[in-house]
Ligand binder design. Structure first.
Ligand code: PLP
Length: 386
């Protein structure tokens, strides 16, 4: 990153941690293939299993229940399938229900031909009454229902009532998949406490390298048919020679994420509160989404009336600050946010997202507030001129 740049887009990707970088470099220097039985192979295997333990600890599961993938998108495509196995016997799932605010990796529905959308309220929280009604209308003869609800929304940071959803899903005999990508490393996450059957997580949102993630399961009895078939790596669930460097970097980031989480979160939440108070002082009409409800501590999603998010993002960028216009997708073009639409907001205007992390400083927050005040002031001037 260039000098004088301020990076406030941690939900898009978090800066690589020095520990993760060191682990990646160690992994790159390893000679062995983890499937080989010679000493080099066994050394590589040992390091992958050590990383698996660190990733398992991040979400409180048995390491045997962590399948490494190329990222959360692959993990989502792996798990969202009607094609399951119980041992060797095939099991068909009947339908997929996804919340209206899922990340596209889940929202697209994976290998299901169609999916039903569970609505969210104006507060950005999935409507559990609607979930209950939809599952009550599900035809069990078609197969078990699968439900996907994320834990923390990537655009707003709003936390979803996943544990309550799990009770409803299980009462209807369904399977619950939770995208915990934006929650791990930001709040404590336990598959057991959430009542989830599967979690998907990603390395690069917690300071690990990009291109590695995991599908985490509660047990090993009912498992999805593999997405990537071949030599039978990852106990047959995900073939392909493991990216040792990526996995070791992920393990190092996971170990960091659980260490001193509460203390780190207190500091991050204090910075977030400072930011929001400063923004409010500069522009009393700023709308902070999800402010009243539960959110991850690192995310502020806001609408400045009269300012198009895209224009705001460019203005911040020109002032040296990287943040996101919520709905920026991988191709770099900005579309209307399906999350804002689902919340009943004016998606044409869009929203800006500031997301921070452990390395963010008070000085950076104050600089962001100053730029915000400048942009908000300009908006008033152009309003007056109009
Ligand atoms: N789910 C959420 C909530 C995300 O924010 C992201 C990343 O943008 C993904 C899934 C996809 O993760 P990955 O980049 O590892 O494929």
């Amino acid at each position: 990153m260039g000098t004088n740049r301020i990076y406030l887009d941690w939900n898009a990707t978090a800066p690589l941690l020095s520990q993760a970088r060191a682990a990646v470099l160690d992994g790159l220097d390893l000679q062995g293939n983890a499937s080989s039985v010679h000493r080099e192979g066994r050394a590589a295997r040992g390091l992958i299993e050590a990383a698996r333990r660190d990733v398992a600890a991040l979400v409180g599961v048995d390491p045997a229940h962590v399948i490494f993938t190329s990222g959360a998108t692959e993990a989502a495509n792996h798990i969202l399938t009607p094609d399951f196995r119980m041992g060797r016997s095939p099991v068909r799932l009947g339908a997929l229900y996804v919340s209206a605010i899922e990340h596209p990796a889940v929202h697209e529905g994976g290998r299901f031909a169609a999916r039903h959308e569970i609505p969210v309220g104006g507060d950005g929280i999935v409507r559990l009454d609607a979930l209950d009604e939809m599952l009550a209308a599900h035809d069990p003869a078609s197969g078990l229902p699968m439900v996907a609800i994320m834990l923390a929304n990537s655009e707003t940071g709003i936390l979803q009532p996943v544990a309550d959803a799990a009770k409803i899903v299980h009462a209807h005999g369904g399977i619950l998949v939770v995208d915990a990508v934006q929650a791990v490393g930001r709040i404590p996450v336990s598959l057991e406490a959430l009542g989830a059957d599967f979690l998907i997580i990603s390395s690069h949102k917690i300071g690990g390298p990009k291109g590695v993630g995991a599908l985490v399961s509660r047990g090993e009895t009912l498992m999805p048919a593999p997405l990537v078939r071949g030599g039978g790596h990852e106990k047959g669930h995900r073939s392909g020679t493991e990216s040792i460097a990526g996995i070791m970097g992920f393990g190092a980031a996971a170990a960091f994420a659980v260490r001193d989480l509460a203390e780190r979160n207190r500091m991050i939440a204090a910075l977030r509160d400072r930011l929001e108070a400063g923004m409010r002082q500069a522009a009393g009409d700023v709308v902070i989404l999800g402010e009243a409800g539960p959110r991850v501590p690192n995310t502020t999603c806001f609408v400045l009336p009269g300012l198009k998010a895209e224009t705001g993002q460019i203005a911040f960028d020109l002032e040296g600050i990287a943040l996101s216009a919520g709905s920026a997708c991988s191709s770099g073009k900005v579309g209307e946010s399906h999350v804002l639409k689902a919340m009943g907001l004016d998606a044409r205007l869009g929203a800006l997202r500031i997301s921070i992390g452990a390395a963010t400083t008070e000085a950076e927050i104050d600089a962001a507030i100053a730029v915000f005040a400048k942009i908000a002031g300009r908006r008033r001037l152009s309003d007056a001129a109009a």
